[in-house]
Design a protein around this ligand. Structure first.
Ligand SMILES: Cc1ncc(COP(=O)(O)O)c(C=O)c1O
Length: 380
């Protein structure tokens, strides 16, 4: 495995006073700290529950949490039973398990371009051959012989864009024709800004049928809606695949932490129903503030995505520029970003920059972009 270029650049991020748009973490002020503290206290003060919470658990995950997820998925048009759900340590582990299930060395993987860096890192040991999917849902011809598709149709990392309904339907029907398993990574779907996110690829594929009859594997996460430190996510898939991936879970780390799973179950049942709307308002306000700052300061030679949800904006600088080479000058000027080259599966994209608006105080956005504009302007 090759060390990520980003990790090297991010060593510069310790500089005092730096305004950093680099981290893709959620806003820690939104973590349900008080509720979680009460719930964990309740669990640990009840001797019978404490024994379960601190004991080994089953690899499939805590039953009541699997139940809750199966109910939520079913309500979202993806008919699931508890046996279709495997609890994992975040969507990252879900994606990595899918790569183990479907890939052989040199296998083909259909991805969006750019794509999620963590997924590309998970696939790297297989040295895959990538085919690319366009925003209209059309794919390069090599997709027909791929072993797997890995897609984020709803609020994609790193652009915040989504595939429109027509594109989603096109992907599903092509995947059917090619007998291509589709891994749908969907951690941002509840963080929509301009309207609900529309159906998942999984729901389109199932069209009312049960999860056992589909060809998509759904990866969910509580990292963006509760807290990433809980390291909780899930896989939803036909039973035979869940059985295989449960063996991966057993071999990797046995199971997700029982205390965290039990606490998340109580938390999901106890949080106020309007909480997600407050979370969306917070991130929507930040998206608006960042886009306004970009409109105000950046020259017309730079284009950017207008995110419909999620955490990110992707800037595109004129062709030929290398954002990683500009990065040290930006840090010198007191602002940081994530150079976009690493997000591109087949190389290229060196002229792109990912800005995250999720965790930074929006009061700093204008100043941050005002620092960035002259640095980029000097190269553009
Ligand atoms: C698209 C995507 N998938 C998966 C993950 C990892 O999520 P988790 O923290 O649940 O492992 C992230 C985190 O940033 C992400 O952006």
């Amino acid at each position: 495995m090759v060390g990520s270029e980003l990790r090297e650049l991010f060593k510069l991020l310790g500089r005092p006073g730096l305004i950093s748009f680099a981290s893709g973490a959620p806003d820690a002020d939104l973590f349900p700290v008080e509720a979680l503290r009460g719930i964990m206290d309740d669990i640990l003060c009840d001797p019978a529950r404490a024994r379960v919470a601190l004991q080994y658990g089953v690899s499939e995950g805590y039953g009541p949490l699997r139940d809750l997820i199966a109910g939520k998925m079913t309500a979202d048009g993806m008919r699931c039973e508890v046996e279709n759900i495997l609890i994992v340590n975040g969507a990252q582990q879900a994606v990595e398990f899918c790569s183990r299930l479907f890939l052989d060395p040199g296998a083909g993987v259909l991805v969006q371009n750019p794509s999620y860096l963590g997924a590309l890192q998970a696939f790297r040991p297989w040295a895959p051959n990538y085919a690319l999917l366009d925003w209209d849902g059309s794919a390069e011809p090599e997709a027909a012989s791929c072993a797997m598709a890995y897609l984020m149709p709803r609020f994609h990392n790193p652009t915040g864009r989504h595939l429109d309904l027509q594109a989603r339907m096109r992907v599903v029907s092509q995947a059917r024709a090619w007998r291509l398993p589709v891994v749908e990574d969907d951690p941002y779907s509840e963080l929509w800004f301009d309207g609900p996110p529309g159906p998942t690829l999984t729901a389109i594929d199932l069209d009312g049928k049960s999860m056992d009859e589909g060809r998509t594997i759904y990866c969910g996460s509580f990292a963006k809606t509760l807290a990433p430190g809980l390291r909780l996510g899930w896989l939803a898939a036909p039973r035979p695949l869940i059985e295989r991936m449960t063996l991966f879970k057993q071999a990797s780390d046995m199971h997700a932490g029982m205390l965290d799973q039990m606490a998340a179950t109580d938390l999901l049942q106890g949080l106020p129903p309007d909480r997600m709307s407050a979370v969306r308002d917070r991130y929507r306000g930040r998206r608006d503030a960042l886009v306004a700052a970009l409109d105000r300061h950046l020259p017309p030679t730079i284009a950017w995505s207008r995110p419909e949800g999620g955490f990110f904006v992707l800037l595109t600088l004129p062709a030929g520029l290398d954002a990683a080479a500009i990065f040290p000058s930006a840090v010198e000027a007191g602002v940081a970003f994530a150079p976009g080259g690493s997000f591109h599966a087949r190389g290229g994209g060196a002229n792109t920059i990912r800005l995250s608006f999720s965790a930074l105080d929006p009061g700093l956005f204008d100043q941050g972009i005002a620092r960035l504009a002259p640095v980029l302007g000097a190269f553009c």
